[in-house]
Design a protein around this ligand. Structure first.
Ligand SMILES: [Zn+2]
Length: 381
């Protein structure tokens, strides 16, 4: 039979005694607090694990459903802002634009890159996963000027509220050389954002970024958009943009010094497609010709165009053909056989490299290319 239990140490004991009527068990001063502690711990653990399970279930459901919803245009860019921070989600199409943007945002924003490293933006084919990434972003950083023509088909359906930052906005495009093949441009070579209705322009040469002096405009355009979207970060973006701009100024001065070793009349370039026009203009080079006579690499030359290039190379005594990484060297090799020209295959122009590679940032990329060009064209090389 139960005997009367006079609790001496714990009120809990009294409660348990009333419930279980087992005085012997609960009367033990060491065992009882130990059991009580284990019981409470178990209850707390079960409570938190059930919360976590709910959270992860909700999270995975969201991840699965979001892209589909957004591809159909039912979610807006404004709804994409991180629920934790309220800060905009930024997606840059090209890796060099992501790097430039990171220099402006510092660690305040996370910047994602759409295109995998090493791929050519002129001929990029976005996957459904890429469309989902666009759908989930608030700000999309593009080069503009027609590089990302493939965006035309997907941007409206993917995310019609997304803020598109056209980095090259405000810059005047070089227009195709009269001697080159047609580019499909209108008479003036210009097509405005309003005309094509996409928010970005299709014009002449889009490769402004190979001249760091022009990238200062990119920095302004990116900074302005970030400040509008995230006013609280305004001072940080201002400060970082100024610092990065002065680094670009230093890079510009550094290139001018580096190329001095090449006599001006030997600063001759032949490249894969017409990407070095702005660089050439800025640093005193002359582009004698390109294998693909087009601002886009997404085409190929005719036999007539190749033989015309061979004649130009011979006449100008060009010393090297520079190919971007990933270019098909077949035609360059054929030209080299006929002219004795050197084929240089490792220029990074449309993508930076992975960390630890030769061009992990935009500034590294331009430095690497400059060194490669200088080493190939300097007297005695
Ligand atoms: Zn290009």
């Amino acid at each position: 039979m139960f005997k009367k239990y006079p609790p001496k140490r714990f009120n809990f004991e009294k409660i348990m005694y009333r419930i279980f009527k087992k005085p012997d068990k609960f009367n033990q001063p060491v065992l009882f607090p130990g059991l009580l502690f284990i019981a409470i711990s178990l209850i707390v653990l079960m409570f938190f694990s059930s919360c976590n399970a709910d959270l992860s279930r909700n999270g995975s459901a969201q991840n699965t459903n979001e892209p589909d919803n957004k591809i159909n245009g039912t979610q807006t860019g404004q709804e994409n802002k991180s629920s934790q921070t309220g800060l905009p989600k930024v997606l840059a199409v090209e890796s060099f634009l992501a790097d430039i943007t990171k220099n402006i945002t510092g660690s305040r924003l996370e910047i994602e890159t759409l295109m995998p490293l090493g791929l050519d933006p002129h001929s990029f084919e976005p996957s459904p996963g890429d469309v989902a990434k666009i759908a989930e972003s608030d700000i999309l950083i593009i080069n503009g000027s027609g590089v990302e023509e493939w965006l035309n088909d997907i941007i409206t359906g993917a995310n019609d509220k997304i803020i598109i930052v056209d980095c090259s906005k405000g810059l005047k495009n070089r227009i195709q050389d009269e001697n080159s093949t047609e580019q499909g441009l209108n008479e003036s070579g210009q097509e405005t954002a309003a005309e094509n209705g996409t928010g970005y322009r299709q014009e002449g040469d889009p490769h402004f970024w190979l001249d760091p002096n022009l990238v200062m405009v990119y920095v302004q355009n990116i900074k302005d958009a970030l400040q509008k979207s995230d006013p609280q970060g305004k001072d940080l973006y201002n400060k970082n943009a100024e610092e990065y701009t002065s680094r670009l100024r230093e890079l510009d001065a550094w290139i001018k010094e580096e190329v001095k070793i090449i006599p001006p009349d030997e600063r001759l370039l032949v490249t894969n497609h017409e990407s070095f026009g702005y660089y050439a203009d800025r640093y005193g080079f002359k582009v004698i010709g390109t294998i693909i006579p087009n601002f886009s690499s997404a085409s190929s030359p005719s036999a007539k165009e190749v033989s015309s290039l061979i004649e130009k190379i011979k006449a100008a005594k060009v010393r090297a053909i520079f190919l971007e990484t990933g270019s098909d060297p077949k035609i360059a090799d054929q030209i080299a056989k006929e002219t004795g020209i050197t084929v240089v295959t490792e220029l990074f122009t449309h993508s930076i490299t992975e960390p630890g590679g030769p061009a992990p940032t935009y500034i590294d990329m331009i430095k690497f290319d400059t060194k490669t060009i200088v080493e190939s064209l300097m007297p005695g090389s």
